[in-house]
Design a protein around this ligand. Structure first.
Ligand code: AMP
Length: 398
């Protein structure tokens, strides 16, 4: 069965058509600047990537252009819509309502809408994508795969904040965690690679990308993760602050005469490694190049980032009373050998023996970075959220 995987943002829509049995990607692409002017970038497997400007006032037109491209007589990969068996939607926030992927019904859409205030930028956009697909493919089953679902196994001691309990009861203020599809995918693969049953393995997944989070997966379940109510908590990220003293809020608001929106803008868009590097870049390629040329702010940014990853690894090793495997994934985790080396430089106490030379020479592929005698296995495991969504979709639709 071919599964169309959709990841819908407020003005963009990423897609992949995947043969869910063979797991081959048949075509992929992105619609951008929806509602502004619009463009479709489309690439069939083995074919050329082509970007076309197209008028797309809403997501419905964008989906129509995607379907036209997929079924195009020359560059398409299927003959008709009948060859798309299901659509899998990436959904960001399922609150406490969704601990698993679900077939999307009217009740599910209502429940997702009720989580809108937990993810005001993402959830409404996800629903727009679902509605647009349903309009054009009314008879095709749709599945929702939630970023938060995997972490619903976290115990109360991990998800409760030190706040009045009624905030949790009344407003569901608690830690939820994100990147669940990736943490689940990578931790399963890690268990396979170290040859332990998933329900007996202790893995720490470091999903390090533009947004970054660490997750402790014990016996097949997420027991803790670094993001919280929102994706702002935890690691220092590209432009997001991660954990800070909450009193900084008031201190900076007074100093800089900022209101809540102003502070949130700073914490989400002007902080992280971008802020520490004095606005040099949020991209780790730029930071590594600048650090190499002696830029001390870039070096600081890399150090702060890596040190915090190492601290979370320490915390999660304690949470699980040990760790079998530490897996690096996503843009930075898969590609940035400097960050991986910095993080692993703190982990000698775990009995980790790390192959520095191999680390320096590999990127973007599945590989073991620890030496055979190492007490903990360290790996790069490329994530594949689209494939994970296609697998979930196939399992539910079957
Ligand atoms: P993601 O959000 O997973 O797509 O990751 C995006 C981030 O990965 C970018 O902001 C870069 O900082 C980082 N990245 C991608 N490729 C490389 C590379 N070759 N070396 C270092 N960092 C990289």
């Amino acid at each position: 069965m071919n599964v169309l995987v959709i990841n819908c943002g407020s003005s963009s829509l990423k897609f992949q058509l995947i043969n869910a049995e063979t797991e081959d990607v048949l075509a992929k692409g992105i619609c951008e600047r929806i509602g502004i002017d619009g463009s479709l970038t489309y690439q069939p497997a083995g074919g050329e990537k082509v970007k076309t400007s197209l008028d797309m006032p809403t997501h419905t037109e964008a989906i129509q252009f995607v379907i036209d491209a997929l079924t195009n007589a020359e560059t398409g990969v299927v003959k008709s819509l009948d060859e798309i068996g299901a659509v899998g939607h990436r959904m960001v926030h399922g609150g406490e309502k969704f601990a698993n992927s679900v077939i999307i019904t009217e009740e599910v859409k209502k429940a997702v809408e009720e989580c809108n205030d937990l993810a005001p930028l993402h959830n409404p956009a996800n629903l727009i994508g679902v509605n647009a697909c349903q309009k054009l493919m009314p008879n095709t089953p749709m599945v929702g795969v939630f970023d938060t679902a995997f972490h619903q196994t976290m115990p109360e001691k991990a998800f409760l904040y030190g706040l009045p309990y009624r905030y949790y009861e009344d407003y569901k203020v608690r830690r939820y965690g994100f990147h669940g599809t990736s943490h689940s995918f990578v931790s399963k693969r890690a268990a396979e690679l170290i040859g332990k049953p998933y329900d007996q393995a202790k893995t720490i997944v470091c999903h390090l990308g533009n947004g970054s989070s660490v997750c402790a997966v014990m016996n097949g379940k997420s027991v803790d993760t670094s993001m919280g109510l929102t994706p702002l908590e935890g690691l220092t990220m590209g432009t997001r602050s991660g954990d800070i003293d909450p009193a900084i809020f008031e201190f900076i608001a007074k100093k800089e005469n900022l209101d809540i929106d102003g502070i949130m803008e700073v914490l989400n868009k002007e902080s992280g490694v971008y802020g520490i590097s004095k606005g040099l870049s949020s991209d780790f390629r730029d930071l590594c190049d600048a650090a190499d040329e002696g830029n001390k702010y870039a070096e600081n940014a890399l150090d702060v980032f890596s040190y915090r990853v190492a601290k979370y690894i320490g915390a999660y090793t304690a949470a699980m009373n040990g760790v079998d495997c530490i897996a690096f994934t996503a843009g930075i985790g898969e590609n940035d050998h400097i960050v991986r080396a910095k993080v692993c430089s703190y982990l000698g106490y775990l009995g980790i023996e790390f192959d520095k030379e191999l680390n320096d020479s590999v990127r973007g592929k599945e590989v073991t970075l620890s030496l055979p005698g190492s007490k903990v296995t360290v790996m790069i495991i490329p994530t594949n959220e689209e494939l994970a969504i296609a697998r979930e979709t196939l399992a539910l639709v079957k």
